[in-house]
Design a protein. Structure first.
Length: 203
């Protein structure tokens, strides 16, 4: 999870708070970006089709209703996501941050999320609405297969070939093959160069 660029934005006095009952959910439904609503317990109340189908891998909002992030493919990042939610609830201010999620099909995606407080008719904060936009990857990174990308990502986190092999229930030789292919595609000679170039493209 990448959260090194958190920005709190105080809502201007002239800007009305977002009331849950007045949100244009129908307009959000077909946007090509993730839009979601959470309550004060970081449970999902609603999400648009992009979030439900592409991010979470489900068919309807009923399948995500009242679920927390621990329930989804990005569960390893759930605690950090909840921390960010609570920061918004405590400050009552909009939050803009960079995050990384793991989609249901196994791809890691860097996103920029803007989260805003949502209020009831009495102007009490009852949750948040989030808008997440995927950041483009470099052309070189895009050439990596899903396994190659994940293998290099795990290397940046300190995993050895044997540890990756055990995690995926495959042979160390297969992991080594993924690494060799990644080095070739990113045009580097060593593992250190591979990690450095990979990390540079994630900034």
């Amino acid at each position: 999870m990448v959260t090194d660029s958190i920005t709190l934005q105080k809502t201007p006095a002239h800007k009305p708070a977002l009331c849950l009952e007045n949100l244009p959910l129908a307009a959000y439904r077909n946007l090509s970006m993730a839009v979601f609503i959470k309550n004060l317990h970081s449970q999902y109340l609603w999400a648009n089709d992009f979030f439900i189908h592409k991010s979470a891998g489900y068919q309807s909002v009923n399948e995500i209703y009242n679920k927390q992030d621990h329930y989804f493919s990005w569960h390893n990042y759930a605690d950090k996501l909840k921390f960010n939610d609570q920061l918004l609830f405590e400050t009552s201010e909009e939050l803009t941050l960079r995050e990384r999620i793991l989609r249901h099909e196994g791809s890691y995606v860097d996103i920029v999320s803007k989260k805003c407080p949502v209020v009831d008719k009495e102007q009490n904060i009852i949750g948040l609405i989030g808008f997440s936009i995927e950041l483009p990857k470099s052309p070189a990174i895009e050439t990596l297969s899903q396994r190659e990308y994940q293998a290099v990502l795990l290397m940046t986190e300190g995993y050895t070939d044997k540890q990756i092999a055990k995690k995926w229930s495959i042979s160390s030789r297969t992991v080594e093959s993924h690494i060799i292919n990644a080095k070739r595609k990113l045009k580097v000679a060593t593992r250190s160069q591979l990690i450095a170039k990979f990390c540079l493209n994630q900034l």
